[in-house]
Design a protein around this ligand. Sequence first.
Ligand code: SAH
Ligand code: SF4
Ligand code: F3S
Length: 442
Amino acid sequence: MRYHLETFGCLMNTYDSEKLEGILAKSGMERADSPEDADVILLNTCSIREKAEAKVFSRLGRLAGLKKSGKVRLIALGGCMASLRKEEIFKRAPIVDVLFGPDSAAHLPQMLEDFRATGKRQVDVAIDEHTVWDGTEDLPDKRSGTVAASVGIMKGCDNHCTYCVVPSTRGPEVSRPAASILAEVRILVAAGYREVMLIGQNVNSYGKGLSPETGFPALLRMVEQVDGIGRIRFMTSHPKDMNDQLVEVMADSKKICPAIHLPLQAGADRILGMMNRNYTVDEYLGKVARLRKAIPEVAISTDIMAGFPTETESEFQRTLEIMEQVRFDSLYLFNYSPRPGTAAVEMEGMLLKEEAQSRFDRAHALHRRIVAEKLKSFVGSTQEVLCEQAKATDGGFARCTGRTPTNQLVIFKGDKGLVGKTLQVTIKDVLGYNLEGLLAGI
Ligand code: SAH
Ligand code: SF4
Ligand code: F3S
């Protein structure tokens, strides 16, 4: 049996897909690079916004032909959409045969087998509210990169931001024991990885319920001590839980990258309150100031949502003002999307589409200007770049890409041998949201 797996959504989903590939390989299945060559198609899906779901439905629409022709025998849909929508998926997409949630990966081979044996649809979308992967036996053995890899440190979320489906698609927050995380990091380093990204919905609250109790700063210190590790990143930090200890550990460390993703969402306290974010704009700005004081070069990225219900024009102006003030190094911008089962979907005061879009467009234009200015200031400097990829070109050299510690993508000429190396690259130009450089000394 050959499978083809497509992944939608966030880093957590990519990580889950890597684990899934390990599980499928162990059950004797082989990977097919295109859906045409597969017996089974798996979609690991995302529900975060309406558009994310629409993408999956449209993909299913295009896969329908393959299913009808009999080439593909089975379509399985997993991840957050399976968890949120459950059997409703079968109504909208009758070509789906198997539904598996974020916690059901281990059962997938059996479910595929049962479907083949009986022809009956299989569903397992139960959320395990207690256990988290606690060991290294079901670790990904197929990774999407060769230099940097994600390591899950917790699952679920306890925050209940009023707009967000994640607490219901992934269940309550459960932290993974430090020993198991460290074991995975060691395996990665032994396999040649140089960088790890520790991932969770709210890494700053890592450690709840663990014994011995371990907070996130303590976990970072342990990861940093793994022999051979080059760089450590993490994501996402909830501003309400980001504390001085974290800043201290980051400032002290040569390996923890000076970069933090700190989603602001909105620039007005009334909206943050309605979102149930549990911080004020002033508190947020105070944390940014502490980070910058202790780590002057720190890159701060954020998420901004435009058009939350009842947001007024002047409240949105506050968001733009905060953007001007903080000058984020990178920013993910979203239009508010009402999600089933969330508290916000019940709120009145939905903005007109045109108004929400106009806010999105203005925030986007402002961010482009700020980032262009910031990137320009890199030109002429020499940066430490960890080369992650090298693609051969017709010109006899490879087009290399890598990142600075502050997470800026740099493109430069080189060769395949540079992958995994930390290099000095002199920045020559700005290419959209990225930088272009030359290996120093060439
Ligand atoms: N746990 C992380 C990220 C969760 S999802 C955190 O708390 O930051 C990533 C981003 O998607 C969020 O930060 C938010 O900006 C956006 N998002 C989540 N739900 C959304 C919705 N219903 N509509 C629009 N954007 C949403
Ligand atoms: Fe969603 Fe908020 Fe949890 Fe992030 S912290 S996953 S936005 S509920
Ligand atoms: Fe990630 Fe989307 Fe689920 S953002 S946690 S895959 S809803």
